[in-house]
Design a protein around this ligand. Structure first.
Ligand code: IPM
Ligand code: MG
Length: 359
């Protein structure tokens, strides 16, 4: 029997609760498909700061490197907001992404018919939306230098650098074009080339790489317009290709088309080595430990891990179908609560998903 090695990173806030649900379902689906999963659970984020003093212990990174795929729940804890930046949970996540070379972040946004009323947008705007945000993940202003904070002549100045090398743009552009080719064949590259030099290089390189993918239809859009178009007419998009910061912002916006950020999975991939799979949502410290979290984005991230990370397509499809079934039957978590729906806690939702899987 094949055994896949999974590094589990429950992290902070609601992370441990939703990790428990994902693990339950992963084990069940693995048993049904004749493979097994060996977990290595490691701390990251505030949990790691508490345990070891740093947000990404070397042993956690090593464990990730040695596994077939990594499943991360969420990091972030308001207790850490006043720590020096390098000791904050977010820095651990960035170091993890960089340490594994995960330059491509894929955030699919698909409308789930049962949830259409949960969106703040009108049905006719969001019906049939099926788009994919491809976000560059280990470059741009998140990582650019110089950066810092200096005091001079009675004033304080803080700064970051938004920079890309041509080859960093080329490799993420190729990922975007390849995925567009497998989908509806349309790639929209989002930048701010009317103002930023770094965006002009982005646009030039995306144009150049387009020559390798003549069958894909390429368009460009400024990020402010893209933010508007996402809520005005989101069906126009197939693949949205963009830089680290713009992708961070646009993927939260795109997530809300589905009614809840609690439904969105993501995959972060490098040139080789294990991928990292995580929900788009954060650690939700306000509801942590209260059994109120929505575990579905985590379960869908586990499904992405099965499909993209382990090539277990049938098992992935079964997990996804269990989410669809539970929603279609009217079960909801608090974030999705609608008239007439049965609201379940995180644990109970996990049990429902398990029942749906085994039905
Ligand atoms: C995300 C998150 C992270 C990011 C934070 C937690 C560092 O918002 O994955 O979108 O900005 O990349
Ligand atoms: Mg974000």
């Amino acid at each position: 029997m094949t055994t896949h090695r999974i590094t589990l990173l429950p992290g902070d806030g609601i992370g441990p609760e939703i990790t428990a649900v994902a693990r339950l379902l992963l084990d069940a689906v693995a048993a049904r498909h004749g493979f097994s999963l060996a977990y290595d659970e490691r701390p990251v984020g505030a949990a790691a700061i508490d345990a070891t003093g740093v947000p990404l212990p070397e042993s956690t990174l090593e464990a990730c490197r040695a596994s077939d795929a990594v499943l991360l729940a969420a990091i972030g804890d308001p207790r850490c907001d006043s720590l020096p930046r390098e000791l904050r949970p977010e820095s651990g996540l960035l170091a993890l992404r960089a340490g594994l070379g995960l330059f491509a972040n894929l955030r699919p946004v698909r409308i789930i018919p049962a949830l259409i009323e949960a969106s703040s947008l009108k049905r006719e705007v969001i019906e049939d939306v099926d788009l994919l945000v491809v976000r560059e993940l280990i470059g741009g202003v998140y990582f650019g230098t110089p950066k810092g904070r200096v005091e001079a002549e009675g004033r304080v100045r803080a700064f970051n650098t938004m920079a890309y090398f041509d080859d960093e743009i080329d490799r993420i552009a190729r990922v975007g074009f390849r995925l567009a080719r497998e989908r509806k064949g349309r790639l929209c590259s989002v930048d701010k080339a009317n103002v930023l030099d770094v965006s002009q290089l982005w646009r030039d390189r995306v144009e150049a790489i387009h020559a390798e993918f003549p069958e894909v239809e390429l368009s460009h859009m400024y990020v402010d317009n893209a933010a508007m178009q996402l809520v005005r007419a989101p069906r126009q998009f197939d693949v949205l290709l963009t830089s680290n910061l713009f992708g961070d912002i646009l993927s939260d916006e795109a997530a809300m088309l589905t009614g809840s950020i609690g439904m969105l999975p993501s995959a972060s991939l490098g040139a080789d080595g294990p991928g990292l799979f995580e929900p788009v949502h954060g650690s939700a410290p306000d509801i942590a430990g209260q059994d109120r979290a929505n575990p579905m984005a985590m379960v869908l991230s586990a499904a992405m891990l099965l499909r993209v990370g382990l090539q277990q397509d049938a098992a992935a499809a079964e997990l996804e179908a269990s989410v669809d079934r539970v929603l279609a039957a009217g079960f909801r978590t608090g974030d999705l609560a609608a008239e007439g729906a049965t609201v379940l806690g995180c644990d109970a939702m996990g049990q429902k998903l398990l029942e749906a899987l085994e039905a």
